[in-house]
Design a protein around this ligand. Structure first.
Ligand code: PLP
Length: 399
């Protein structure tokens, strides 16, 4: 029998050796309560109908698939299609998950929402959903990231969220995640924790994947109805891995090649990157077992990427499983390659992508130069407005 790739996690949240619930005893209860509520509420047809209608009238779904004809012709003999998650309300795929989880929390009777954020995209998406559904919102954010992402901090405040600076560790995303988990332990009664990627303990990697899978389901339909074609190759960038699994999951049992693109930073050999699937090894981080970047003493390594959204030393456990089972190929792209792709798409198609997304683009462009007559579908996970400052500060001569 042919192996199935879409039937995990098991009831304990395992993707074979990956995933699970590596948390303190006090968190087991709320996680189980969340799992129960998820199965009962989120799987009901009432909830699905409500979420679908909110995604359509408020978020702007379905997002289009755009055939990038000009760059397709210039790069070679393949066809490049872009799934336009950048056109979602708040500018990226993050809102798909934030809307789903906040709506679930509301129906669970929670009154207080907490979240972690790195670049601020997930914080903004969560604060947006909380404003809409009238829920208190607290966002944990590393002090370092608060400095780097001032506009998003201000956006969250405008939306009524409280942004709590985190000064522990490297003062970035992984520390914010630790702090949010700590808050949750002491406030589980009235609080739901909205994790922003397919990371964390079970059932989060499954819940976030399910909410993001709308990307892949829409894509399958749209490639047929809009273009009468099937995708041959899928490409998405991988930070925690939520936009990637959202596109990939509905396709896992199909005959399609799949590439996940990690942040190669200054290059894999320099150690200054964020590519745990390429260079890390299995370990435990933020409540699950997965590929992580750690030094020989078991300490989490500092990561580097030009894109804050990919700058994370772990990755969702399902990706670890897909890597080991060779269903998805995980590659990497350096800062410089991503920047070149950023300029290329901007100038040739009039679409300014997020720097995270530029990693997927860079790798897809390499494929397009080699392959003939292939339909390459890229998840355009977000728009580049948030990165304009970073880009403006850099000299293009260095590329
Ligand atoms: C946050 C973010 C990512 C990385 O997160 P994933 O969970 O890996 O999807 C990628 N692209 C954009 C635009 C983001 O905002």
């Amino acid at each position: 029998m042919k192996k199935k790739f879409n039937n995990l996690p098991d009831i304990n949240g395992h993707f074979d050796q990956y995933g699970g619930m590596f948390v303190s005893e006090t968190l087991i209860y709320p996680l189980k309560e969340l799992l129960k509520a998820y199965k009962k509420i989120a799987k009901s047809s009432n909830f699905k109908e409500l979420l679908d209608s909110e995604l359509s009238s408020y978020v702007g779904r379905p997002t289009p698939i755009y055939y990038a004809e000009r760059i397709s012709k210039e790069l070679g003999k393949s066809h490049i299609y872009l799934k336009r998650e950048d056109l979602n309300h708040t500018g990226a795929h993050k809102i798909n998950n934030a809307m789903g989880q906040v709506l679930l929390a509301k129906q669970m009777g929670k009154t207080r929402i907490i979240a972690e954020t790195g670049a601020g995209q997930h914080g903004v998406a969560t604060a947006t959903a909380c404003a809409k559904y009238n829920l208190q919102c607290i966002v944990y954010m590393g002090e370092e990231d608060i400095q780097r992402q001032k506009i998003n901090v201000y956006r969250m405040k405008l939306l009524g969220a409280e942004v709590v600076p985190v000064s522990s560790g490297s003062k970035t995303l992984k520390d914010a995640l630790n702090e949010a988990l700590r808050d949750w332990v002491s406030n589980v009664d009235n609080t739901h924790y909205v994790i922003g990627s397919v990371a964390g303990p079970h059932p989060y990697p499954m819940i976030v994947r399910d909410f993001q899978s709308v990307i892949g389901y829409e894509s399958k339909k749209q490639m047929k109805t809009l273009y009468n074609k099937e995708a041959d190759i899928l490409v998405a960038c991988v930070g925690g891995g939520s936009n990637a699994i959202g596109l990939f999951h509905p396709y896992l049992n199909d005959k399609v090649k799949i590439f996940g693109v990690e942040a190669g930073g200054y290059g894999l050999s320099t150690g200054m990157h964020a590519a745990p699937l390429n260079k890390g090894k299995p370990g435990v981080l933020h409540g699950n077992r997965t590929y992580i970047m750690e030094d020989k003493d078991g300490q989490i390594q500092t990561t580097h990427s030009i894109s804050a959204g990919l700058d994370y030393p772990g990755v969702g456990p399902e990706h670890s499983w897909l890597k080991d089972n060779k269903r998805v190929k995980y590659v990497s792209v350096t800062d410089k390659e991503a920047l070149k792709a950023f300029y290329y798409l901007t100038e040739k198609e009039g679409i300014i992508p997020a720097l995270e997304t530029a990693h997927a683009l860079a790798y897809a462009f390499k494929i397009a130069k080699k392959e003939k007559n292939k339909n390459i579908l890229i998840n355009l996970s977000g728009r580049g407005d948030k990165d304009i400052d970073t880009i403006a500060k850099m000299s293009r001569m260095d590329l």
